[in-house]
Every structure is written in C-alpha cells, then in structure tokens.
Design a protein around this ligand. Structure first.
Ligand SMILES: NC(=O)c1ccc[n+]([C@@H]2O[C@H](COP(=O)([O-])OP(=O)(O)OC[C@H]3O[C@@H](n4cnc5c(N)ncnc54)[C@H](O)[C@@H]3O)[C@@H](O)[C@H]2O)c1
Length: 327
C-alpha cells in the first residue's frame, strides 16, 4: 500500500515507518520536525511540512497516490493542554479534521489513528476494555475523543474505514538500539528514570505515594513501541469501507512507579535518586489495558510482555545515545 504517516519522524511514528517499510509498503513520512527527528526515518521517505499547510498535504495525497493514512501527528503534553487548550484543539483537532476531509475528497479509504487511554479519563475499572465509558479529563483527551467520533461519522457516511488504537504507555526502543525515545521536554517516566540513573538530572520525582495501590504509587501498563508499531501494520490489513474499529493496546499488566525505578536499577546496575512529591491532578491510580479484543481480532500479541524486556531495549538506546538524536 501507499501510505502517508503523519508524525512519522516522532517516537512511535518512526518505529512504525520502519515496520511498514519492512512489510513492503511505500511510505511517505510527513513531519514538521517540531518534536520529530530527521535521523529517525530514512531521508528518502521523509517530507518535512506542517499539517497546518493542508494544501501541501493534499498535494502529497494526490501525487503519491496515497491509499492509507496513519495519523500520529499531534501534541501530547497533557499538562500543557490544560493551560493552553487552543494549541491542542488547533493542532490535534482542527488540523486532523482538515486531513480527514482531504482524505475523503481524494479517495483515501483507510485511516489508522493514534488514540489514547487518556480518552477513558479517571476510571476505577481494572483492566479497561474498549466498552469503558470515554470521559476524558484533559483537553488533550477531549481532542483525541472528538477525532475518534469524527472518524466514526465519516465511516458511517462515506466509503471510508478506520481503526483507532488507544495506546497505553509507550516505552522501549528498537531492538538494534538505533532509534528510541527523545522528547524535549521529556514528559514520560521511563526516560526520566534513565536520565536520573545516568546522572543527567538530579533525581526523578514520584508524584503521589498514597494511592490505593500495593506500594502507594501509580500503576501503568507499559507497551513496547515496536509492539505498538506492529498493531498499526495489522490494523491496516483489516480496514475496509465502513470499518469502525477501536482497540486498546497494552500488555495487560501494570507496573507501579516504584517497580519501574527498581527495574531500571536492575537493568542498568545504577542507583536512581528519587524524590517524593504530591499527587498530580487527573492521574488515575491504575491504568491497565484489557487487550483481548486486538489479540482476538487482529492476531496481535506483545512480543515484549514484561517490563524488564522493554526496559532492556530502552537502556541500550539511552546508553548508546546519551543525547538522544543529538540535534
Ligand atoms: N507516547 C505515548 O505513550 C502515547 C500514548 C498515547 C497516545 N500517544 C499518541 O501517539 C502519537 C505519537 O506519540 P509520540 O510519543 O510518538 O509523540 P512524538 O511527539 O514523538 O510524535 C509526534 C510527531 O508529530 C509531529 N507533529 C506534531 N504536530 C504536527 C503537525 N501539525 N504537522 C506535522 N507534524 C506534526 C511532531 O513533530 C512529532 O514528530 C501522538 O498522537 C500521541 O498523542 C502517545
């Protein structure tokens, strides 16, 4: 298939581009490089541009005869979305809706969307199935849910189908250590714990130690970035006109913040300096995926089914790329 991957030079996008190319697809990675990295994708596959320039995107859809779009491009800082919702509604919703409509007008019938467990909001359900009520508690989550709804409406009305993948917490790096996670600023726990272990930041902060969990810290489901990427490749094969799919993608097992820190110490042999802080607003105690639907319907399974194996790949990346992509 001829596929446009928006946000293709970002963390999850670049790993997915690699797998789509390996599966024999023709891939155009489209990225503004605001958060992505030129070196993360083959130069021949990268087009630098911003979704706000919708005519540029439209031209690519036509000239490259695009058959499917995998849409990663978005801003993903939940806290910032609360203080600056306009930035999130504009990039994550308005530009996504424009992209969707250009797909319709140009006959692109398959669409895979990066959704998130943040669309479920604060829930006490463990594990979470796709039937859980989606009640986001941040503008970020609201934009993702609103776009899921637009996709469903388009699939109901036009010759168009989609799959929304609701990721839990992406983690890890390519097995060969050549691409991995490099966000500035870094919002995610695992890279921060590695940075603290390597002495690049003075400590990692544990936000909340009094949650109703076995060790009092938040529990999350960490999914290897290559397992996430594989879900996109499989989803593309399942979409036809009218397809409306939504899948949770996680390993189905949660790890607490303290368990992440202990496993990083085990994998690196280094001590992680830790500071304890108060809870952050909007952090549910436990977020664990029930991923049985994607396993059953797409034949997907997590190759990295435990935290230690995921962190092993992340450590290889951080050790060999102490400054990330070093731009
Ligand atoms: N990382 C996670 O754990 C996680 C969890 C749930 C959902 N998601 C979603 O997955 C997607 C990818 O996440 P990621 O961690 O790889 O983030 P990322 O920031 O590494 O990748 C997003 C990419 O999109 C690009 N981009 C953003 N706006 C753009 C625009 N207007 N035009 C062109 N390019 C643009 C950025 O430059 C970046 O390279 C996002 O949609 C995010 O909301 C991520």
């Amino acid at each position: 298939m001829r596929i446009l991957v928006t946000g293709g030079a970002g963390y999850i996008g670049s790993h997915t581009v690699r797998q789509l190319l390996a599966a024999g697809h023709e891939v155009t990675a489209y990225d503004s490089l605001e958060f992505g990295h030129r070196q993360a994708v083959p130069a021949a596959n990268l087009v630098v541009g911003d979704l706000r320039d919708i005519d540029h995107v439209d031209n690519l859809l036509v000239v490259n005869r695009i058959e499917a779009v995998v849409h990663f491009a978005a801003f993903a800082y939940v806290g910032e979305s609360i203080t600056n919702p306009a930035k999130y509604y504009t990039n994550n919703l308005i530009y996504s809706l424009q992209l969707l409509d250009r797909c319709r007008r140009n006959g692109v019938q398959k669409f895979v969307f990066s959704s998130t467990c943040a669309t479920y909001g604060v829930t006490n359900t463990v594990p979470i199935t796709e039937d859980e009520k989606q009640l986001p508690v941040s503008p970020y989550g609201n934009t993702k849910l609103a776009f899921e709804r637009a996709l469903a409406d388009y699939a109901g009305a036009y010759p168009f189908g989609f799959c929304a993948l609701r990721y839990f917490n992406a983690a890890g790096a390519a097995e060969d250590g050549t691409i991995g996670e490099d966000h500035t600023p870094e919002p995610h726990l695992i890279p921060l714990v590695f940075q603290a272990a390597a002495g690049k930041i003075p400590h990692v902060t544990v936000f909340g130690t009094d949650y109703p969990t076995p060790d009092g810290t938040c529990v999350r489901d960490y999914i290897h970035v290559d397992d996430l990427a594989a879900a996109h490749v499989l989803a593309l094969g399942k979409i036809g006109p009218g397809t409306k799919l939504a899948y949770n993608v996680g390993i189905g097992r949660g790890y607490s913040v303290r368990e992440v820190i202990a496993t990083v110490e085990e994998v690196t042999g280094l001590k992680v300096p830790v500071k304890e802080g108060p809870r952050r607003a909007g952090d549910p105690p436990v977020l664990v995926a029930d991923a049985s639907k994607i396993r059953k319907e797409l034949g997907w399974s997590a190759k990295y089914d435990n935290l230690k194996s995921i962190l092993g790949t992340a450590w290889r990346w951080h050790k060999t790329h102490p400054n990330g992509f070093g731009e």
